[in-house]
Design a protein around this ligand. Structure first.
Ligand code: PMP
Length: 329
């Protein structure tokens, strides 16, 4: 029995992607984070952030949690917050899928949709959230980008789960970064256990991590329709990361993989999960036959029906999947 909703977060299965693994001759494992109660990997960060704020006394009974989020952290904070009687104020940019915004409203969060703006602009959702928290007496700003309870939550749960489920027999871990919490927590833990495990950041176009890891610069090339991943600055959560390398995945590869995963694996996933799997597959090809590579299936595809799985939207963005096999890899 689980005593409350918080106890249902994590402990997700690590699933062998059968068809992909057979085709590659390497084992690709996906951590099924879409099975968390809020439907995404961000339940872990939200749980860690709320528990840390409770422990430090910043979050009091009946208190308010404020966050700027691409959606999943807000959904997680709202659900977990409701279960403990906290109010949530969620600031979300208007370029995110309407499914996530509708969901946040259904959960009773005070949703503030703001025009999408660069981080350097005061109108960016991150800064709007910080100011909203300052304006509400006693409110706690979750600050998922720089609140290191985020990566610590992955270090103490996601990472040991992956390590234990594979009996430590894992050659690489690959995943994309939104705040960097997942990658930092998992890469740090795995490297401490076994420095030979390869840790690779999967990066969408429009993100600066690839150039940061490869060349030490924050160069941005192109753009991406992916949601929740890609950063142009080094967050406090990413600072804890231990990356060996980075791998860039474009939108076409991500979309082809998303549709392959539905067809061949029975997995309807979000774009970041598909991008992670594509990156894991590419990284695995540089490793010997039989190697084991783990990644994260961040959220499910139902949140993106109007986009990734909508033929009209795919056509508008010139992203219709065309491959019947894995030739896009
Ligand atoms: N995928 C999705 C769909 C997300 O919402 C997020 C979080 N923004 C991530 C991946 C990245 O996770 P993290 O913040 O731990 O880097």
């Amino acid at each position: 029995m689980r005593n409350d909703l918080f106890e249902t977060v994590g402990g997700t299965p690590l699933v062998r992607l059968t068809s992909l693994s057979n085709a590659l001759g390497r084992t690709i494992l996906g951590k099924a984070e879409f099975l968390n109660p809020g439907g995404s990997v961000k339940d872990r960060a939200a749980k860690a952030i709320i528990e840390d704020a409770e422990r430090s006394g910043r979050l009091k009974p009946g208190g308010t949690i404020v966050e700027g989020t691409a959606g999943n952290t807000g959904i997680a904070l709202a659900l977990l917050g409701n279960s403990r009687g906290y109010r949530t104020v969620i600031v979300i940019p208007d370029d995110q899928s309407h499914e996530k915004i509708d969901l946040l409203r259904a959960l009773g969060a005070d949703v503030r949709v703001v025009p999408s703006a660069p981080f350097t602009d005061d109108a960016n959702y991150y800064h709007v959230a910080r100011r909203a928290a300052e304006a509400i007496p006693g409110a706690v700003w979750a600050d998922q980008f720089n609140n290191t309870a985020n990566w610590r939550g992955h270090y103490s749960t996601t990472a040991p789960e992956i390590y234990e489920e594979t009996g430590g027999r894992i050659q690489a871990f690959v995943c994309a970064c939104g705040t960097g919490g997942t990658f930092a927590g998992v890469s740090k833990f795995l490297k401490e256990k076994d420095p030979s495990i390869r840790t690779v950041v999967a990066d969408p176009m429009g993100s600066a991590l690839y150039s940061h890891i490869r060349c030490g610069t924050l160069e941005v090339v192109g753009d991406s329709v992916s949601e929740g991943i890609g950063i142009k600055r080094i967050t406090d959560n990413f600072k804890a990361a231990v990356p060996d390398d980075a791998c860039r995945i474009d939108d076409r590869t991500m979309i082809e993989m998303a549709h392959y995963l539905v067809r061949a694996e029975g997995l309807l996933l979000g774009g970041s999960a598909a991008l992670n799997v594509a990156a894991a597959a590419r990284v695995s090809r540089d490793l010997p036959q039989g190697s084991v590579v783990a990644t994260v299936l961040c959220d499910g595809g139902a949140r993106y029906m109007s986009r990734l799985y909508n033929p009209a939207w795919l056509a508008e963005n010139d992203l219709q999947p065309v491959c019947k096999d894995l030739s896009f890899l």
